[in-house]
Design a binder for this molecule. Structure first.
Ligand code: RB5
Length: 154
């Protein structure tokens, strides 16, 4: 699998201050990153930007997303409403690594008010370089989609 990855990034106003920094960091790692907004720190609603990023990721096979709000919670909840999206709210390298290995996460979320730049850099590095393990995890990832359809109820 190619090590060059394509990312889409979006935030709300509470994640906006980190966006330029994260974009530079991802580019310096040799990856592509497309900014879906917002274009200023004016107050916006995080579900609008979660939706934009989620749809961009789904429409561009093999791409990934980065979503940032104040806590990372609202923007990840909103993104996960879009079928096919597995948006992982991460706080450290362990969660960033395991969500790729076990959940095949396609969007990395974090909170600007929660994690510092050092942790963010490490999370991005591990998220981008870790592959989905498949195997026993593959069926569970399929069942995630079943949750919204109600098809995997015992
Ligand atoms: C905005 O104030 C804040 O609620 C938002 O960024 C996020 O933390 C929501 O979960």
């Amino acid at each position: 699998m190619s090590s060059h990855k394509k990312f889409y990034i979006a935030t709300d106003h509470a994640g906006y201050a980190l966006k330029a920094y994260v974009k530079d960091f991802v580019q310096d790692l040799g990856h592509e990153i497309i900014d879906l907004g917002p274009d200023s720190a004016d107050r916006v609603d995080y579900p609008d930007f979660a939706k934009k990023c989620a749809h961009a990721v789904l429409e561009d096979e093999g791409s990934f997303g980065i979503l940032i709000c104040g806590t990372g919670i609202g923007i990840s909840i909103a993104a996960n409403k879009v079928a096919g999206i597995r948006a992982a709210l991460c706080h450290d390298t362990y969660t960033a690594k395991l969500t790729r290995q076990h959940n095949d996460a396609n969007i990395l979320c974090f909170g600007e008010r929660v994690v510092g730049k050092g942790v963010i850099e490490d999370m991005i590095e591990v998220f981008v370089s870790t592959e989905f393990e498949g195997g026993r995890h593959a069926g569970r990832v399929v069942k995630i989609e079943g949750c919204s359809l109600g098809t995997n109820l015992e």
